[in-house]
Design a protein around this ligand. Structure first.
Ligand code: C5P
Length: 224
């Protein structure tokens, strides 16, 4: 396991899935458990990094010696990432961010009505957090994104590297139930901005996290 590979580095990890409220009792969300992001936060802390874990609604134990920030919505996640990114050496965006949120949040519970058999929700686009922070990226900062895809995994992931100005993307096939959402294991392809790629074995999320830590320590140079 990586020992002190990231000593003195400041790492911000996001994990979990955002919840977008609709009314006081309902929200829109996704199937992210937060397990991959939490495993990365733990592995980075063991490797000597100063870790801030921004958790969107994950129901998991807080890793030891990690600074935990809890958020609910994509808007709150954006604010927290912006606050923490400026002084970070590495940002790892493992959170599943809702692409859209309800246009209005009702202050009272929305009621069904006798005459309405269908209902339409209006959604508005959430900001892209990676694109927003990439705009202020310093040359010595490293940004890692995730791509959870059900089809055309590598083609879609490659597009995201360019669109979001990433150094590295962790691509995982969520159509395979042995890996991905809420499972204990994962199998990912690490795709670099220069087109290089490497695929892991099917292994625990902590093992994937350790491989990511080793890659970060080896491939990227950080300011001393
Ligand atoms: O575009 P897509 O959501 O598939 O990209 C996934 C990557 O982008 C993840 O790293 C995710 O955390 C990040 N993301 C983001 N802001 C959004 C949507 C996704 O930073 N609004």
């Amino acid at each position: 396991s990586p020992r002190q590979l990231l000593a003195g580095k400041r790492i911000v990890v996001t994990a979990g899935g955002t919840q977008e409220p609709l009314d006081p009792v309902r929200y829109l969300t996704n199937r992210s458990s937060g397990k991959m992001g939490y495993a990365i936060a733990e592995a980075a802390q063991v490797a000597g990094a100063d870790v801030t874990l921004i958790s969107a609604n994950a129901a998991l134990p807080t890793p030891s010696n990690v600074k935990l920030v809890r958020v609910q919505t994509a808007a709150e996640l954006l604010t927290s990432v912006q606050q923490n990114f400026a002084t970070a050496d590495i940002l790892i965006m493992a959170a599943a961010v809702a692409d859209y949120r309800p246009k209005t949040v009702a202050t009272q519970k929305i009621k069904k009505t006798a005459n309405n058999e269908t209902m339409t929700l209006q959604l508005v686009r959430n900001p892209d957090i990676l694109k927003t922070v990439a705009a202020s990226k310093e040359p010595n900062q490293v940004i890692v994104g995730f791509a959870a895809e059900t089809n055309d995994l590598l083609a879609n992931a490659t597009k995201k590297i360019a669109a979001k100005k990433l150094d590295l993307i962790v691509a995982n096939d969520v159509s395979n139930h042995q890996i991905g959402f809420n499972s204990e294991n994962n199998q990912v392809t690490f795709l670099f901005a220069n087109g290089e790629k490497t695929k892991t074995a099917l292994e625990s999320k902590r093992a994937v996290a350790n491989e990511l830590i080793t890659i970060l320590a080896n491939k990227f140079s950080f300011n001393e």
